[in-house]
Design a protein around this ligand. Sequence first.
Ligand code: URP
Ligand code: ZN
Ligand code: ZN
Length: 467
Amino acid sequence: VSATGRAAADVLVDGETIRAVLEPGAALLGTDVAASVDRVIDATGRYVIPGGIDAHTHMQLPFGGTEASDTFETGTRAAAWGGTTSIIDFAVQTYGHRIEDGLAAWHEKAAGNCAIDYGFHQIVGDVNEASLATLRRLPDEGITSFKMFMAYPGVFYSDDAQILKAMQVSRDTGMLTMMHAENGPAIDVLAAQLVEQGKTDPFYHGVARAWEMEEEATHRAIMLAKLTGAPLYIVHVSAKQAVEQLAWARDKGQNVYGETCPQYLYLSLEEQLGASSEQWGHFEGAKWVCSTPLRSREEGHQQSMWQALRTNDLQMVSTDHCPFCMKDQKELGLSDFRRIPNGIGSIEHRMDLMYQGVVTGEITLERWVELTSTTPARMFGLYGTKGVIQPGADADIVVYDPNGHTSIGLDKTHHMNMDYSAWEGYEIDGHVDTVLSRGKVIVDGDQYLGAKGDGRFLKRGLSQYLI
Ligand code: URP
Ligand code: ZN
Ligand code: ZN
């Protein structure tokens, strides 16, 4: 299955790359080929798809007074289990520090530890002359996109003046500007007022981060991008009003793109409000504290996300994998939702969760591949090597069994380094059977055959969406 169609075929892998896609049986008929084939994987009755590319992850991210609980080792292993063979993580420059130091630290964390290939976006947390000069040089190092935050004052936040300056670099270099579009200063006032009123439960995180704050910031980012001529990519879109802003700008011909995440397609603020357990009481809702927040089901945001994925107003699905344990991590916010580290872990389930959209008729099989692999590759300068099964491409291949079954969460059936699952109780129609990363079988049924250090750093080219 590719982004554009499906066919019965044999895929011939030679070393790390795909040599040929052939008529069924043909690969074994040619004598020279038959003689050298040393392994046949029978994919009869299954889908053979390009390995998933998760373009938004945060391994070992220092955040909210703690650190995201998956290391590059545990996080990429979980990714492999779930049929994802490449990630793009975010190297972080924090305020008062140099971009090159943040980037070097990320290379250090990842090098020799990943089971699958990995690239980086750069988070720009301190705009000044030196950092802008460094930013301009990053494409030479294979980093062709950077993220800025209109949220989190005092942590990652940039004001409009800083965003404008960085977007000018984006325009000049062709680097993609990625934006966390939420009005942070306004949100922080609302959050403080809720806490003053004694509204400290996790649910109020989503109340403070109202969709108006996402719509407004998305619009502001679009206008700053229009003014500067920067290509723009809005991360973790969850509000239908934010999608309307994207559609509006795209209809006018602006280079604006967006991703959503599985949590915004399936989970809701109402469910977070209703969440309760013996162990945690109403604090149970902390399991789903992330930003942008879960939205109201009644208001129709989830349906709007699915629709936008069909109409291409949103182009791809990433996880924003940013896992924290309840114990000692989410727990930091027991008496104040503002101190709950923001993030949900989903890297292992993205391919499965999106396949459910095929099962329920929300998207086609081809669109599933496009949203999870082909477009991420094109968007972030990996296409040809990744995101497609064709001669010359890396042999990153997933054999997916549509008749298989996956139960998530209960008794920790997942491989992420978390003490819970945001997807506990989900029953998935479908199962990742076999995963190849550059020709090596790293998942074979219930066997894990990958190893840390197998994954290589991906020097990315410019986005293929900019031409
Ligand atoms: O809640 C989230 N999304 N945590 C990760 C950081 C970010 O803003 O992407
Ligand atoms: Zn963000
Ligand atoms: Zn993120």
